[in-house]
Ligand binder design. Structure first.
Ligand code: ATP
Ligand code: MG
Length: 579
């Protein structure tokens, strides 16, 4: 491509909503333009990069034996009603009524449609296992689209779905996808971490996320110092805390008047105590079941862990009326004393069970209680009492005796063992060897194509612009002609450009009638990994300069050898990513 004719609108100014580096650079380097909140047009450089990511994903998926298909983005809502996910997805899933009054959704993902397909096409164990995937647009009406294409409303996803006769077969494909993902992210030049993840809305029994550690990530990766354990904060387990030592006998409980003082901070300020001395009582409800949870004042409840403790049933924070009924007090004054008699379950976090004494709500409006001893003043065991890990890991926690570290990361992909949730509800069944009908066991595997690009830029940049990995750069080589108005220089650049084209190198020729300085600035901004600089002085000596974007030194190469040397360099950069 010739720069003089290309749509590469580099700019100095960035919009105020571009909060993170990759978003700013994608706008500045002319990869992207915003259309509306969370929707973007990819310009030639951005789209070329995305296509390269897509190609890598497609190649590796095909190599794994998965088959590519394409499913509709507009889907009848009935399928989603059959799995209950029309409700689970809530306003994140966009819906519309067509001219015939039929309700449709715009696909945020495709478990329902693919399982419906399988229900029609799979009948025998002989067809299994089967792994099918697509690379297509998804729409999620995200509550807060931000960070450019990291969290957009419309995005491209590779979504794969596997169908199996038994759990071992699912394990095998899951492992294969896991390894395929490792190769994909490696080839895309990403430094990634694999972490255990929660299954969330998707349902199922196991999941891993592939994350790229970086400051702008929205996920928190928790790992042990030695790297033997890594999990998303939503899941990260912690060791129980050691029982605090008692400093002698604790006096009996005592009510304290705390008028209109309900929040942890306010109570602490009022009673001159610290959040870690407090016991928070949160009332949850799952239908008619009311569940009380106890968390230390300085800790956060982990809803995913609570769901696991409740056997996979998600409980929501209860409404005001339920809280007041269970505690007998206004919101802000619930406490553990005698609460186990009034709720269907009392779930106590390990850290609360380890406290010797605490301050908590009195189940009486405007009152708290001091000198509350877990085990003495409320039970730590019983029919409806469970002590469990239901909080988020924090700095200072350990797991398996090893210190936990916290890092932010971008989730670029996730793999799930789904089980039979979808196949049962949508009738994807097969006959096994003995002629018994069984639901297919499923797995699903997603990759955010746009997020790969944004994550690569997030970790690959410097003060001057993007530093692309060669595999997903819009072009592999940029030939910069410094003196376009001088015939010999222009001809030399043109010749090298043609030679590279002839050798299937993705090359951009900067043939614009501009000063060298401007061209170099743009070159650094758009981040093409190899630059061949053709200028008056070096051409007079029979040379050109070759420079890697990621290095500051350039090397002189004779005009004759320029193309060969460049090709060699591109190949060695590629090999580094394939190893
Ligand atoms: P998140 O937790 O970040 O919202 P998710 O877990 O809901 O993502 P999945 O359903 O696992 O996403 O989708 C598969 C992949 O699609 C994700 O790993 C991510 O890379 C990508 N993805 C999801 N939502 C978005 C989005 N709003 N914008 C860009 N990519 C996305
Ligand atoms: Mg995910």
């Amino acid at each position: 491509m010739r720069y003089s004719q290309a749509l590469i609108p580099t700019v100095k100014e960035v919009p105020a909503d571009a909060e993170i580096t990759s978003h700013r650079l994608m706008i500045r380097a002319g990869l992207l333009r915003k259309l509306a909140s969370g929707t973007y047009t990819y310009l030639p450089l951005g789209w070329r990069s995305l296509l390269k990511v897509i190609n890598i994903v497609r190649e590796e998926m095909n190599k794994s034996g998965a088959q590519e298909i394409l499913m509709p983005a507009v889907q009848p809502i009935e399928l989603w009603q059959r799995t209950g996910r029309d409700i689970d997805y809530g306003p994140t899933m966009a819906r519309f009524e067509d001219r015939h009054g039929r309700q449709n959704v715009i696909a945020p993902t495709a478990e329902e449609v693919v399982t419906y397909l399988a229900a029609g096409e799979i009948s025998s164990y002989k067809q299994l296992p089967m792994n099918i995937y697509q690379i297509s647009f998804k729409f999620r009406d995200e509550f807060r689209p931000r960070f450019g294409v990291l969290r957009s409303r419309e995005f491209i996803m590779k979504d794969a779905y596997s169908f199996h006769a038994d759990a071992e077969s699912l394990d095998e494909t899951y492992r294969l996808m896991y390894e395929t993902y490792c190769r994909i992210f490696k080839r895309c030049g990403l430094d990634y971490r694999i972490v255990e993840a929660e299954v969330g809305e998707m349902g199922g029994s196991g999941s891993h996320q592939f994350t790229v550690p970086c400051e702008s990530g929205e996920d928190i990766i928790v790992s042990t110092e030695d790297g033997s354990y890594a999990a998303n904060l939503e899941r990260a387990a912690v060791d129980p805390l050691p029982k605090e030592k008692t400093g002698g006998k604790i006096p009996p409980m005592q009510d304290v008047h705390t008028p209109n003082i309900g929040s942890i901070e306010a109570v602490c300020a009022f009673l001159k105590t610290e959040p870690k001395e407090m016991i928070k009582t949160l009332i949850h409800a799952d239908g008619d079941n009311v569940i009380a949870t106890l968390i230390r004042g300085d800790h956060d409840l982990n809803p995913e862990k609570l769901t696991q403790t409740l056997g996979g049933k998600a409980a929501e924070l209860a409404n005001e009326a339920t809280i007041e009924k269970a505690s007998g007090a206004k919101v802000g004054f619930a406490g553990p004393i005698e609460i186990s008699d009034k709720v269907s379950k009392l779930i106590i976090d390990h850290a609360v069970a380890a406290m010797t004494v605490g301050v908590t709500g009195a189940n009486k409006t405007d009152y708290h209680v001091k000198n509350v001893v877990p085990g003495r003043d409320f039970p730590l065991e019983g029919d409806n009492v469970i002590v469990a890990d239901i909080r988020n890991a924090v700095e200072g926690d350990t797991y398996n005796g090893k210190k936990l570290l916290f890092k932010k990361g971008i989730e670029v992909g996730q793999v799930f063992k789904l089980g039979t949730k979808y196949s049962e509800k949508l009738g994807a069944k097969f006959l096994d060897e003995t002629g018994n009908e069984k639901p297919c066991i499923m797995g699903c595997y997603g990759i955010g194509i746009n997020r790969i690009l944004a994550a690569a830029i997030e970790i690959g940049n410097d003060d001057n612009g993007i530093v692309f990995p060669v595999s997903i750069a819009p072009f592999e080589v940029l030939v910069t002609c410094v003196n376009q108005d001088e015939k010999e220089v222009a001809q030399t650049a043109e010749k090298i450009y043609q030679q590279l084209l002839d050798n299937n190198i993705d090359v951009l020729l900067d043939d614009r009638q501009l000063r060298g300085g401007v061209k170099f600035k743009d070159a650094d901004l758009i981040g093409i990994p190899v630059r061949v600089t053709v200028g008056r002085k070096s051409v007079a000596e029979g040379n050109v300069e070759i420079k890697l974007r990621r290095e500051s030194q350039s090397q002189k190469v004779s005009v004759k050898e320029a193309a060969d040397k460049t090709i060699e360099l591109v190949n060695s950069l590629k090999e580094q990513l394939n190893r």
